[in-house]
Design a protein around this ligand. Structure first.
Ligand SMILES: CC(=O)CC(=O)SCCNC(=O)CCNC(=O)[C@H](O)C(C)(C)COP(=O)(O)OP(=O)(O)OC[C@H]1O[C@@H](n2cnc3c(N)ncnc32)[C@H](O)[C@@H]1OP(=O)(O)O
Ligand SMILES: NC(=O)C1=CN([C@@H]2O[C@H](COP(=O)(O)OP(=O)(O)OC[C@H]3O[C@@H](n4cnc5c(N)ncnc54)[C@H](OP(=O)(O)O)[C@@H]3O)[C@@H](O)[C@H]2O)C=CC1
Length: 301
């Protein structure tokens, strides 16, 4: 691949490509389109894309019902989102944000296939929760125009976006993405390229500790979540939050912390490992620390 690092920056960001139409890709598509950007949302299968658009429609409805946006805003937002199953759909994008599964091999393979279809001036961001931005940038043809743009879940609600420079990230690229973050109505915070950055360096060990607390029988699922909601004023208990994030993602982040910082305090709880091995990865699979098959989630322990 030839190095595109010295190509000029795009004059203006108009069309944003998003890779992965899971909960984060959908949320990022929602927020970008609501802010007036054209969005191309890509995933491997059309069924996942249809489900994502349905979810965005539902979340826009919530905002319309609460008077945060008008019905016209909702219609215009949906009209700005197109979907695709092939990376070639990103040929016209000034920026692509990758929000696929938290797995380094998957992300590396995506970037290798993505680069040849991009405009030479296009920027790439990754929404990774934990993986080294420098390492991901190194498989692209444009490490200077690559950085981390870490949105929080649920994207339409959460204020923060962590911005992470890789070692090669150009300062003009960082400023462009910082300006975009503000245009999306979000508050940027810069984090260094260390495993799991700021939020997850602090949050995920707490979640992992909550799973140890369950594993060691210190409390039930309900006791642990109630204790942290009422005793520490957290909006969700840690096990409910783990299910919301996805236990696969929680485990992947713990592995990155454990491998990257080489400290036993980051050892993933064996119960978390077991749940993921069982396919009980939380809300998105219908079962995690709670069972979501009924209207009110039921604790599984
Ligand atoms: C893993 C990583 O890499 C990083 C991460 O993201 S870590 C996870 C960070 N996120 C958190 O910690 C979330 C913690 N939970 C919360 O803040 C709250 O429980 C919550 C905002 C999700 C829901 O709040 P709530 O008070 O129970 O719900 P509710 O009153 O119905 O909704 C509050 C707002 O959220 C919106 N909302 C709720 N769930 C939503 C969803 N899944 N998607 C979009 N919008 C949602 C509602 O529409 C409502 O919007 P307005 O305030 O604009 O009217
Ligand atoms: N969950 C959270 O709270 C947060 C997550 N993140 C990060 O965002 C990213 C996405 O997470 P999240 O949305 O929760 O995960 P999800 O599991 O909800 O979605 C991931 C999506 O990516 C798709 N995918 C997998 N491989 C490819 C590929 N090669 N090309 C295109 N799409 C692909 C998956 O498809 P399939 O299901 O078919 O494999 C799935 O639809 C991760 O890096 C995660 O760490 C960041 C902030 C918060």
């Amino acid at each position: 691949m030839s190095d595109q690092s010295n190509a000029p920056l795009p004059a203006e960001i108009k069309t944003i490509g998003i890779i992965g139409a899971g909960q984060m890709g959908s949320g990022i598509a929602h927020v970008c389109a609501l802010s007036g950007y054209d969005v191309v949302l890509q995933d491997l299968g059309q069924a996942q894309l249809d489900k994502a658009v349905e979810g965005i429609d539902h979340n826009l409805d919530r905002q319309a019902k609460r008077g945060k946006i008008s019905e016209a805003d909702k219609a215009a937002t949906l009209a700005r989102i197109s979907t695709a199953t092939e990376l070639s759909a990103f040929g016209g994008c000034e920026l692509v944000i990758e929000a696929a599964t938290e797995n380094e091999e998957i992300k590396r393979s995506i970037f290798q296939k993505l680069c040849p279809v991009l405009r030479e001036d296009a920027l790439i961001c990754t929404n990774t929760s934990s993986i080294s931005v420098t390492r991901l940038a190194s498989v692209t043809d444009r490490p200077a125009r690559f950085m981390g743009m870490h949105f929080m879940n649920p994207v339409p609600v959460m204020q923060l976006v962590e911005l992470i420079r890789g070692i090669a990230t150009d300062e003009k690229v960082f400023s462009t993405i910082r300006e975009l973050t503000v245009k999306l109505g979000k508050q940027p915070v810069a984090a260094e390229d260390f495993p799991a950055f700021i939020v997850n360096r602090i949050l995920l060990p707490m979640i992992n500790e909550a799973v140890y607390t369950l594993y060691e029988g210190v409390g039930s699922v309900t006791a642990i979540d109630t204790a942290m909601r009422l005793g520490a004023n957290h909006p969700m208990g840690p096990l409910e939050l783990a299910d919301f994030i996805g236990l696969d993602t929680c485990l992947a982040v713990m592995h990155v912390l454990h491998d990257g910082l080489a400290d036993t305090k980051y050892r993933p709880c064996p119960l978390l490992v077991k749940y993921v091995e069982a396919g009980w990865v939380g809300r998105k699979s219908g079962r995690g620390f709670y069972d979501y098959s009924t209207e009110t989630p039921v604790p599984t322990r």
